[in-house]
Design a protein around this ligand. Sequence first.
Ligand SMILES: C[S@@+](CC[C@H](N)C(=O)[O-])C[C@H]1O[C@@H](n2cnc3c(N)ncnc32)[C@H](O)[C@@H]1O
Length: 331
Amino acid sequence: MRALFFLSGNNTIFAKDEVFSLFESYELKYEIIYDEGQFLILECSKSNIDFIFRLGLTHFILDLICDLDIDERINKNISSIDWDSKLSLDRTYKVRVKTKDKMDYGNLELSIAKSISNFFKDKIKANLTNPMDEIIGITFKRRLFIGKKIFERDREGFNIRKPQLRPFFSPTSIDPRIARAMINISQAQKETLDPFVGTGGILIEAGLMGLDTYGLDIEEKSVVGTKVNLLNYEINKFDIRLGDARKILDIFGRTFESIVTDAPYGRSTKIDKDKEKMYNECFLSIKESFKRKCIIGLDKEYSFEDIGFKIDRVYSFRVHKSLVRHLYLLS
Ligand SMILES: C[S@@+](CC[C@H](N)C(=O)[O-])C[C@H]1O[C@@H](n2cnc3c(N)ncnc32)[C@H](O)[C@@H]1O
């Protein structure tokens, strides 16, 4: 199958790595066919990509049907598409066209709908409110990509998990889509530990993806608040402990497949006076407590190599005027 991943426009490199990390984590082969802007087209097997429900930074995925140049033959080319393998008479459909290059190409939606209708000799039923299948066309750089939607990010679901809508709230909490991508980039399949759990933003996403969730925080209110937040999103299985991230192994008595965390920035969180010493000791404790990959968010650059980590990649995002968040992928 040729799959078109339409990625988040704000964090496109991070979004792309989230996709690649999931394929690598499940040891699945893929070949990059097209990679430009928010568009990523991969040749991959359709049968084993169930993990796509985990994606946080992909808007939708299409099972690509065709990729046409938009020129004077466009309507003719649309009319000769073979819809047989993607649509059928016992199912309803809807067509939607998105324009990503601000050009006016006429009513492509109507051309596609006519092509489908003619192909099935007017016997297939459209349903604009609740279709079983959705055909999406997207224009980009005078090309029209057409495919059948196989995944769409649950926008409402992410919206209701925004930090300010959780029962226990802190303004430092990470956006749920970024939290999810962090977990996916860490290649966690079984479990995640967040040793600075805060309000549990990272663990909520891990729990919703079916991972076992472990957390640690030095403040009682964060431990209690995280549990309230997890239960609020119906995550009932968790292990959240009160304790110091400098002592992960002592507290849990074991290591974890992945560690995904956002370190305290010392702005609105209560942290040691000597922040550098605290970072150093916490990061050393993290280093001996994970098996595969670890991802740490910080508000500044940090020399993780100096304390024995290998830096696989750094992603930097401006969160607001005075905060740039650096996400370090470490092994
Ligand atoms: C930046 S917040 C974490 C944000 C979190 N990702 C969220 O979504 O809410 C940092 C948290 O680290 C905790 N913390 C600070 N120093 C700590 C330490 N030495 N060990 C464990 N937790 C600590 C603070 O109490 C605070 O709740």
